[in-house]
Design a protein around this ligand. Structure first.
Ligand SMILES: *Cc1c(COP(=O)(O)O)cnc(C)c1O
Length: 445
């Protein structure tokens, strides 16, 4: 008998939801979320985000002192937004994706400290852990100038504790750098697909790297198990962390301010479409939560995954969240988008933000390299393959029948000339030049 996935065979899923056939065949799809706009499970609230914003402000003097690259922004970890008119014109001419309105890039590839979206959630969770330990030990008050945390006495205090994480690379990089800088003993459990340069860089920063021959799910499960044996260890659990998600969510109000400064409106007549590369889902779900706080119903969030690893899509579509693996649907989780090479989604992200997501789409690996090169050639920005996934968004939304249906159903068709399309370029800032050129060359093949 066929294997059961949440009480249905694969054939039954295919019958109930024809998109599943295309997903199984690794075709690019756009799937609209029938649960979009449903009632909030209230697992995360706006006050959680306000609290995180305040915490990051308390830490700003510390971050400015230990990471001088954050100094200009007063110790905030934030990335610029760019208008990408050249790329927009290029995609219209070369790829046949004519994008009315404005195409923009959110350059998390340029986030200070670790050069990816993980510098939001990952660093936030470690800072929160450190603050709690120091406050509980009566070494710190919220009213203190947190620059004192850079003192040796604090480093010694934190060295009695450890931080661990399971990662495909970028989360490990963020946690490893901030953990080691604060003085924690930091262990990163890494999957086979993590790049060699990330492992080397982490070791150089003073983190322990444990390697697994298997994929991300195994690295995280092993890491979690080992950490549970140590009462002095905090495990950053990418599959189930509210703190991570809340850290990502602080991006919402920050983006709102950036748009205001640039005179970009988001309202009933000026819709905002955001395209977010998705792995376990915590990053894009957190950002989406923050964006909904900032822009309400006028922002439309789409998650983008590789055709070989659409775990979040399958979690939402089946309603099974983390109880589903892409392997149940015959997919292999093999993709050059290493940050997105995740077979099983986060349960927390789906439950906390599933109802905020307009839809999910998938993209073929070859197109990631095409977009990576197009962005470099037109706008001169380097990103990593995972981060290019968002650029598949406008094409799918504007050109596919399903996308056009979405625009019709939400009365957006006649507003597209005023729309802003923002692709979230989630990483690539730390990639060595040699690896960048190899990515570029793959696109030129
Ligand atoms: C981690 C990561 C993502 C996705 O974040 P998740 O929380 O895993 O969904 C996207 N892009 C890059 C470059 C990443 O490192």
């Amino acid at each position: 008998m066929d294997k059961c996935i949440g009480g249905k065979t694969l054939a039954e899923w295919e019958h109930a939801e024809p998109t599943v056939i295309k997903i199984r065949d690794k075709n690019e799809v756009l799937w609209l979320n029938p649960h979009y706009g449903e009632r909030d499970a209230r697992m995360v609230t706006s006050s959680d985000v306000t609290d995180a914003e305040a915490r990051l402000r308390r830490f700003a003097p510390y971050l400015a002192s230990v990471f001088p690259e954050t100094g200009q922004a007063g110790g905030l970890i934030e990335s610029p937004i760019y208008s990408t008119a050249e790329l927009q014109a290029y995609l219209g001419e070369e790829a046949g994706t004519r994008i009315p309105g404005r195409l923009m890039m959110k350059a998390d590839s340029e986030l200070p400290i670790s050069g990816s979206i993980k510098a939001r959630g990952g660093i936030y969770e470690v800072l929160k852990t450190a603050e709690q330990l120091a406050i509980d030990a009566n070494l710190l008050k919220e009213s203190d100038d947190y620059a004192i945390l850079a003192n040796d006495s604090f480093k010694q205090f934190f060295s009695r504790y450890s931080i661990a994480v399971g990662s495909t690379g970028n989360l490990g990089l963020s946690i490893g750098i901030i953990g080691a800088t604060l003085g924690f003993q930091t262990t990163v459990h890494m999957s086979a697909d993590a790049s060699a340069w990330k492992k080397a860089l982490l070791r150089e920063k003073g983190a322990f790297v444990k390697e697994y021959a298997a994929d991300y799910s195994v690295a995280i499960t092993e890491g979690r198990k080992q950490a549970a044996l140590d009462p002095y260890c905090h495990f950053v659990d990418d599959e189930n962390s509210k703190d991570l998600l809340v850290g990502y969510a602080t991006a919402g109000n920050r983006l709102k301010k950036q748009f205001q400064k640039e005179g970009i409106s988001v309202d009933a007549d000026h819709p905002l479409f955001v395209y977010l590369p998705c792995g376990v889902g915590g990053g894009p779900a957190g950002v989406t939560f923050g964006l909904k706080q900032a822009f309400g119903m006028h922002v439309h969030a789409f998650f983008v995954e590789p055709t070989h690893a659409p775990c979040f899509l399958l979690g939402l579509l089946t309603g099974l969240d983390d109880q589903v693996s892409v392997r149940d649907f015959g997919l292999d989780n093999h993709t050059a988008a290493d940050g997105l090479a995740v077979p099983r989604p986060s349960a927390f992200a789906g439950k906390a933000a599933g109802h905020l997501i307009s839809g999910c789409l998938t993209v073929d690996d070859d197109r990631l390299f095409y977009y990576l090169k197009a962005l470099k050639d037109t706008e001169n920005h380097w990103i990593e393959p995972s981060a290019a996934a968002g650029l598949a968004g406008p094409h799918m939304l504007l050109e596919s029948k399903t996308g056009k249906n979405y625009l019709e159903n939400h009365h957006l068709t006649d507003k597209m000339a005023n729309a802003t399309h923002l692709f979230w370029a989630t990483g690539g800032g730390m990639v060595p030049q040699k690896n960048r050129e190899a990515y570029y060359a793959r696109a030129s093949r």
